[in-house]
Design a protein around this ligand. Structure first.
Ligand code: ASP
Length: 332
């Protein structure tokens, strides 16, 4: 990295670009309003850290993020980072699906250079808006000589969290983002990024997932397990053309006797079914409360259902064999 880092800010919308009718209104506001250049201009201190150019990749609330948008974002980042004149990328993003986008980029960006995602829980014009400081801290991390090779990172509040570990744990709280199982990767204090640990799961440069020629991602749906659940959702997803289904089951992603026949039928039709915990925390291993070996199902390790869905989409671009899919879940 040069003495003065050259960074690119890619804006996709979200509350960090949101606008509220009044400074005290945190809930009833419009996300995805401020343009990429306005986000940069709102934090003049960024110019002290790096040369940063902004570009608008999308302007959406992140619940409207799609596989197509994520593919376009990943491709743009790969193109930028392949060039010598870009040392790192910051992505501003809505917080609702920040987990999915961060993990998708963690698996599809092929570079050691830092990629840092950032959002905000309060709109840009709110009292005590968190976006400007979060953006400043994201730039501190992206400009840090220690940031490369750690996979995609997310900076919220003063914490650096690895993409695989990130969890949105609250609907509105400013400190909504946590890594309950594995802890944070580092902290940002004023202008300094401090790193303490890294993940061991495969990512970025070491990833096998190549999106360069992909025109779309396979359809993967999530079925939620609950009392009195039945086979309706899984049958409907199969009928709609799902190539994969994540079963978000209770506890260790358990499967009720009511849903089990639908899962067995789906597997027999070549649909890959992954079990992930609806509680989003803890490990789901093979054979836990379900005979995965006999039933041809895959277990999601510690991935939450939405992140298991992302990995399953990418795995299905390589294979439809459940055993081969399982090996991806064992290393990513
Ligand atoms: N609806 C917003 C979004 O784009 C919420 C946020 O960014 O906090 O995800």
């Amino acid at each position: 990295m040069t003495a003065r880092p050259r960074l690119r800010l890619l804006a996709t919308g979200g509350t960090i670009a949101g606008s509220s009718a009044s400074a005290t209104q945190y809930v009833g506001y419009r996300p995805a309003v401020a343009a990429a250049d306005e986000l940069l201009a709102a934090v003049p201190a960024l110019a002290e850290l790096a040369d940063i150019a902004a570009e608008q990749v999308a302007q959406v609330a992140s619940q409207d993020m799609t596989g197509a948008l994520r593919l376009a974002l990943a491709r743009r980042i790969n193109a930028l980072l392949a060039a010598d004149d870009c040392d790192g990328v910051i992505v501003t993003h809505g917080t609702n699906t920040l987990e999915e986008s961060a993990y998708f980029l963690n698996l599809t960006v092929r570079s050691r250079k830092p990629v840092v995602l950032v959002g905000a829980m309060r709109p840009a014009n709110a009292l005590s808006a968190d976006g400007p400081m979060n953006l400043f801290r994201a730039a501190v991390v992206a400009a840090s000589p220690q940031a490369g090779g750690r996979g995609v990172m997310v900076v919220m509040n003063d914490q650096i969290i690895g993409a695989r570990d990130l969890h949105k744990s609250d609907t509105l709280a400013v400190d909504a983002f946590r890594s309950p199982l594995f802890g944070v990767m580092g902290l940002v204090t004023d202008g300094t990024a401090r790193f303490y640990r890294g993940g061991l799961r495969r990512h970025t440069e070491a990833s096998e997932f190549d999106i360069t020629t992909l025109s779309s991602l396979p359809r993967v749906d999530i079925a939620y397990g609950h009392e009195d659940d039945d086979r309706t959702a899984i049958d409907a997803f199969v009928a709609a053309g799902a190539q994969g289904i994540v079963h978000a089951g209770a506890g260790t992603a358990s499967v009720s006797a009511r849903v089990k026949p639908a899962i067995l039928d789906a597997v027999s039709r070549g649909v890959v079914v992954v079990r992930a915990p609806r509680g989003a925390h803890g490990v789901v291993g093979r054979g836990m409360e379900f005979d995965d070996a006999a039933h041809g199902t895959v277990t999601g390790d510690t991935l939450s259902p939405p992140k298991a869905r992302i990995l399953l989409q990418l795995a299905l671009t390589r294979t439809r064999d459940p055993q081969a899919v399982q090996t991806f879940f064992d290393v990513y």
